[in-house]
Design a protein around this ligand. Structure first.
Ligand code: COA
Length: 193
């Protein structure tokens, strides 16, 4: 029996309710500094993002993570600077699918695609709460280095927390990638324009 396929599919406006439910899950609320946001505002963000890494001017990208035909999470890349060669990523999986290596495989799929698609890209970075050990583990496994700590940077459920900054430079990714043996999530979807 073959194992189910892990795919990155374009994030579309029709995914708004799934994304909203994902953000409302207790694990997401406990670990991610999500500001209260309306459905309309999430819809606008989905409309403003693209999956098309060949788009010449886009700065905001989002994919949904599909496992065995079900949407189980999302990965984004935002504030792309073509001038500085950097982009910030974010990721979130539904808690029923945590701890099986799927998050690492999904983020690896996006990081690989970005470095491959954008020859100008030098740096991928992310932030994570100091107590978000699973997210830190994903970053570490992919070769990111913790670069800093922003003290008291956000509130989660009324508690002020520190936020870590992690970064991955192209040569570090190339060295790390050579040692990653698990299958990365693959990008699927309509051909880029
Ligand atoms: C972060 C997230 C995407 C990781 O996805 P995942 O599929 O659970 O991750 P993986 O299974 O690929 O890897 C998780 C790693 O964290 C480790 N981990 C999980 N919980 C942990 C804990 N409480 N303490 C220490 N390590 C932990 C696992 O052991 C695993 O590492 P290993 O492979 O070395 O054993 C997922 O947990 C998630 O969506 N969390 C809620 C939203 C969130 O935190 N998003 C990130 C915001 S920065």
């Amino acid at each position: 029996m073959t194992s189910p396929e892990l795919r990155l599919v374009p994030a579309l406006p029709e995914h708004v309710d799934m994304w909203m439910a994902l953000r409302e899950e207790p694990a997401s609320r406990r670990l991610v500094p999500l500001e209260p946001t309306s459905r309309e505002s999430l819809l606008e963000r989905l409309q403003a993002a693209t999956h098309d890494v060949r788009h010449p001017t886009a700065t905001s990208f989002r994919w949904m993570v599909e496992w065995d035909g079900r949407l189980i999470g999302t990965v984004s890349a935002r504030e792309l600077s073509r001038f500085h060669g950097r982009v910030e990523i974010g990721y979130m999986l539904s808690s029923g699918f945590h701890g099986q290596g799927l998050g690492t495989r999904a983020v690896a799929g996006v990081v690989a695609c970005l470095f491959e698609a954008w020859s100008f890209l030098h740096r991928v970075w992310l932030t994570t709460a100091e107590d978000n050990l699973a997210s830190q583990s994903v970053a570490r496994k992919l070769g990111f280095t913790q670069e800093g700590l922003m003290r008291g940077h956000f509130l989660i459920e009324g508690r002020r927390k520190n936020q870590q900054v992690w970064g991955l430079l192209r040569p570090e990714w190339e060295a790390r990638r050579a040692h990653l043996t698990f299958p990365f999530a693959r990008m699927h979807g309509p051909a880029p324009r």
